[in-house]
Write a protein that binds this ligand. Structure first.
Ligand code: UFG
Length: 331
C-alpha cells in the first residue's frame, strides 16, 4: 500500500513526502520537473520524471507500487501568469487532473487529497474566511482549482472517488532539519523575496501598497508553516482511509493575520540584517486581508499546527536560504 504524490518535487510536495516517510508510509513521487527539483525528493523514495498526462505510464506506476491513495500537487500556481495565459492553466491544471482522475477510476484508486487554494474565494465577504463562504475567484488560477474541486464532487457521485481538498493560505518556512525549502523561478512570494534581499541578492523589498484599510496600510495575510501543511496532508490520507469521507474541503491557515510591514520587521529581527524596503504601488488583484478559519480542519483531521508563530516560519526559511543562496541549483 503506498501513497502517490504528484508534484512531490515541489515546495509543499517535497515537505509532504518527508512527513509521510517519517511516519512510515510507502511513498512514490511523480513530477515532470517543470518547476520541481529532483534534489528535493528524499533519497530512497521511488521517483518518476513523468507528466501526469502520460496515462499509460501512470497506470503502470499505480499498479507496480500498489497505490491506494493519491496526493495531488502537480499544477501551475502563479496568479499573475494565469491572468496572462489562462489556457495554460486550464490545460495543465484542469486538463491534466481530468486525466489523473480517469486513471484513478480505471485502476480502482478511490482516495485523493488535492492541493487547493485560498484563491478559490476571490475577494472575501467576511473575515476569517469559512469554507462555506462565497467562492468567486478573481483569476484563472483560482478558477481552475475551484473547477477541479467541483470535478471531484461529481466524481464522488459517479464513481465513489473520495476527496479531501485543502485550501492553503500563505505557505511559508522550510523543513527545520532536512535541506529542503522554497525555490521558485521566478520568485514572487513575500518571505523568500525578503530573505533574498537580506542575502544581498536584491536591492530592496517593494511593499506593494501602503494605503490599504489595515492597521499599517499594508496587506494582511495568514501565513502557515509548510510542515503544518505537510502534516495536514498526511492526516487527510488517514481520514480518507477511515472511510468517512465523501468530498470535503478545508482551509489551512493559522487564523492570524500579519501585515507585509510586520513580516519585514520580523525578518529584520530574525536575520539581524537591516533589510531595505520601499513603498510601491499596489499589485493588481491583491485583496487587503486574507485570514482563514481553520477550525474545520482542526476538528475533522485532528490537525494541530506546531510551527504557528511567524518568527519560527521566518527562521526556518532563513536557515534554508542562508545555506542554499542559489536554491537547489547550488547543490
Ligand atoms: N508582497 C509585497 N512585495 C513583494 C511580494 C509580495 O509587498 O515583493 C505582498 C503582496 O502584495 C501580498 C503579500 O505580500 O500582499 C503576500 O504576497 P505573496 O505573493 O507572498 O502571496 P499571495 O498572498 O499573493 O498569494 C498566496 C498564494 C497564492 C494564492 C493567493 C490567494 O501564494 O498561491 O495567496 O490570494 F493564489
Amino acid at each position: 500500500m503506498s501513497v502517490l504524490v504528484t508534484g512531490g518535487a515541489g515546495y509543499i510536495g517535497s515537505h509532504t513526502v518527508a512527513e509521510l516517510v517519517s511516519h512510515g508510509e510507502q511513498v512514490v513521487v511523480v513530477d515532470n520537473l517543470t518547476t520541481g527539483h529532483r534534489e528535493a525528493v528524499l533519497d530512497g523514495v521511488p521517483f518518476y520524471d513523468c507528466d501526469i498526462r502520460e496515462s499509460e505510464q501512470m497506470r503502470k506506476i499505480i499498479r507496480q507500487h500498489e497505490v491506494d491513495s493519491v496526493i495531488h500537487f502537480a499544477a501551475n500556481s502563479l496568479v499573475g501568469e494565469s491572468v496572462q495565459n489562462p489556457l495554460k492553466y486550464y490545460e495543465n491544471n484542469v486538463g491534466a487532473t481530468t486525466r489523473l482522475l480517469s486513471v484513478m477510476v480505471e485502476t480502482g484508486v478511490k482516495r485523493i487529497v488535492f492541493s487547493s487554494t485560498a484563491a478559490v474565494y476571490g475577494e472575501p465577504e467576511r473575515m476569517p474566511i469559512d469554507e462555506r463562504d462565497r467562492k468567486t475567484p478573481t483569476n484563472p488560477y483560482g478558477e481552475t482549482k475551484l473547477a477541479i474541486e467541483k470535478m471531484m464532487d461529481w466524481s464522488y457521485e459517479a464513481y465513489g472517488l473520495q476527496s479531501v481538498r485543502l485550501r492553503y493560505f500563505n505557505a511559508a518556512g522550510a523543513h527545520p532539519d532536512l535541506p529542503i525549502g522554497e525555490d521558485h523561478n521566478p520568485e514572487t512570494h513575500l518571505i523568500p523575496i525578503i530573505l533574498q534581499t537580506a542575502l544581498g541578492q536584491r536591492e530592496q523589498v517593494s511593499i506593494f501598497g501602503s494605503d490599504y484599510p489595515t492597521e499599517d496600510g499594508t496587506c494582511v495575510r495568514d501565513y502557515i508553516h509548510v510542515m503544518d501543511l505537510a502534516s495536514a496532508h498526511r492526516l487527510a490520507v488517514e481520514r480518507l482511509r477511515s472511510g468517512q469521507v465523501t468530498a470535503e474541503s478545508y482551509n489551512l491557515g493559522n487564523g492570524n493575520g500579519f501585515s507585509v510591514q510586520t513580516v519585514i520587521e520580523v525578518a529584520r529581527k530574525v536575520t539581524e540584517i537591516a533589510i531595505p524596503a520601499e513603498k510601491a504601488d499596489r499589485r493588481a488583484g491583491d485583496p487587503a486581508v486574507l485570514v482563514a478559519s481553520s477550525n474545520e480542519a482542526k476538528r475533522a483531521l485532528n490537525w494541530n499546527p506546531q510551527f504557528d508563530d511567524l518568527e519560527t516560519m521566518v527562521a526556518t526559511a532563513w536557515k534554508w536560504h542562508k545555506s542554499h543562496p542559489a536554491g537547489y541549483a547550488g547543490n
